[in-house]
Design a protein around this ligand. Structure first.
Ligand code: C5P
Ligand code: C5P
Ligand code: ZN
Length: 476
């Protein structure tokens, strides 16, 4: 019998996914290695659930960076099959070396720019003409694999919800909605009853933030008199003909409003923005597609893909990938509580990090602008802060940001972020980070719009010079 789940989500990747699945099904057991961010955790969760349902014993492990030491560590285990998710493509040269030595058989489900090497079981959208920064995330690649791992009456389409959390965590919806292969995954999640999508106010915290906080913190489109102003947001809401408060005058959250009330608040916000002279192009960005995990309780971080992904970053980027993975796999008790505690710290760190950048500013090198946070910003979140900083006072959106943070006494972490407009002009930060890092004895890679590197301490200035030149060539 043919069922809806017989369709493949991403036809171009179907054959390779089937080969990878066959290889995994032939293994006695599998070691799954993944990256420590929201996309990495969700990749691990999707892969883990699919292996579980296929009856393949497996263990999970996480790395901040898949460097030569990490790959050697994996090679030294007695696992014969290693599944890499949300990293691996950029390190294929090292991985292939170990494969040739017979240390392991690698299966790679990733979306990063591949290194110059090949391996048989390599599932990456970039190999099939699909954009790895906008059309498919690591969790999406793992989902394509998960669908190929279905046997008997297993239906893995419910895992689309987790895959979408990964895509949103990697900001693949930054044009307002998910596109391409990601959109195909959304469709499967909707068909499976695990996801819903809707056009809604594009602000962070619709499930959990009280309304004035929701609007105060919504600064992507800056609305004068409301953004960054709690009292401004309160006055705005109290002036509306909508019950924004409950019986005890406590503030409602966005989810507590009816559809009609939401529409009234949203259109009042748009009108307010128009009156305050916000350009139409920015006002458009106030509305976007929201992805809701329909099986999760309303009013929780887990219900909204964006809030869920932040919760996950709050675990994995603080050495607690175990907590985030458990939440992804359904733990709603201890792990969720711990994740919520970690989220409070993460939020505070992001806010302090952004304040630090605002206070210290960036240095303009011509084609790039940069800051060195030393040990003031944790290296695992300096990239998020760099992305948030673009467009704040003193940080232009017309050139990429390069951020440094101390990784250890010997090494410095580099994170870089661009914009969609710069990418359309030719910016490829993956290439910039790779070349500049190599020139100073480090290594790097990533995506056109967001990339990173690790370099020897003391080479920051030389790194900026190289990066500045490469960006100049790309945008020249
Ligand atoms: O390693 P990984 O691929 O998971 O990380 C991707 C990174 O790129 C994320 O930190 C994400 O925030 C960033 N990104 C971005 N803007 C985009 C797409 C991705 O800053 N439009
Ligand atoms: O760490 P950050 O969020 O800045 O990373 C941005 C992107 O660059 C991620 O996709 C990450 O996997 C990639 N990256 C990399 N090599 C590094 C550091 C980051 O490929 N050494
Ligand atoms: Zn990713």
């Amino acid at each position: 019998m043919s069922t809806a789940s017989d369709a493949v989500p991403v036809p171009k990747m179907a054959d390779r996914a089937a080969d990878c699945a066959e290889r995994l099904l032939a293994a006695d057991r599998v070691l799954v290695a993944s990256h420590i961010d929201a996309d990495g955790l969700t990749s691990a969760a999707v892969a883990g659930a699919a292996l579980e349902r296929a009856g393949i014993p497996h263990e999970q492990t996480f790395y901040k960076q898949l460097d030569a030491d990490a790959i050697a560590e994996l090679a030294a285990t007695d696992y014969e099959t290693v599944l890499f998710t949300d990293f691996g493509s950029g390190q294929l040269d090292d991985i292939a070396t170990h494969e040739q030595r017979g240390d392991f058989v690698p299966v790679v489900a990733d979306h990063h720019q591949p290194a110059d090497a090949e391996t048989e079981y390599h599932l990456n959208p970039l190999l099939f003409g699909i954009n790895g920064a906008r059309e498919l995330s690591g969790a999406g690649a793992a989902y394509v694999l998960a669908r190929a791992l279905e046997r008997g009456d297993v239906d893995n389409r419910d895992l689309a919800a987790t895959a979408v959390v990964g895509a949103v965590g990697d900001m693949q919806d930054s044009d307002g909605e998910l596109q391409g292969a990601n959109a195909a995954i959304v469709e499967e999640g909707v068909a499976a009853g695990a996801l819903a999508e809707a056009k809604d106010l594009a602000v962070y915290g619709k499930q959990t933030r009280p309304l004035p906080k929701l609007l105060e913190y919504a600064t992507d489109t800056y609305v004068p008199g409301i953004s960054n102003s709690y009292t401004g947001a309160v006055d705005f809401l109290d002036d509306l003909d909508v019950d924004c408060r409950g019986d005890e005058r406590e503030w409602k959250r966005w989810v507590d409003l009816t559809d009609e009330e939401r529409q009234r608040v949203a259109s009042a916000l748009v009108q307010h923005a128009v009156r305050r002279g916000v350009p139409a192009r920015k006002i458009d960005r106030l509305v976007g597609t929201t992805y809701t995990l329909t099986n999760e309780p309303s009013g929780t971080e887990l219900r909204d893909a964006s809030e869920f992904s932040t919760l996950l970053n709050a675990t994995a980027r603080y050495d607690r990938a175990d907590v985030g993975l458990a939440v992804c796999l359904g733990d709603r008790t201890g792990a969720l509580e711990t994740a919520r505690e970690l989220l409070r710290t993460h939020r505070r760190n992001l806010s302090n990090g952004l304040d630090w950048v605002k206070e210290h500013g960036v240095t303009d090198a011509g084609n790039v602008q940069w800051f060195d946070a030393g040990d003031e910003i944790r290296e695992t979140i300096v990239g998020i802060v760099a992305g948030m900083s673009m467009g704040v006072d003193g940080v232009a959106r017309s050139k990429p940001v390069v951020a440094f943070a101390e990784e250890s006494d010997e090494e410095t972490k580099v994170s870089s972020r661009g914009t969609g407009a710069l990418v359309r002009q030719g910016l490829d930060l993956s290439n910039v980070m790779g070349e500049a890092a190599e020139a100073v004895g480090g290594g790097g890679g990533g995506h056109d719009i967001a990339a990173g590197a690790t370099i020897p301490t003391g080479t920051e200035e030389a790194f900026v010079e190289h990066a500045n030149r490469v960006v100049g060539d790309q945008l020249g």
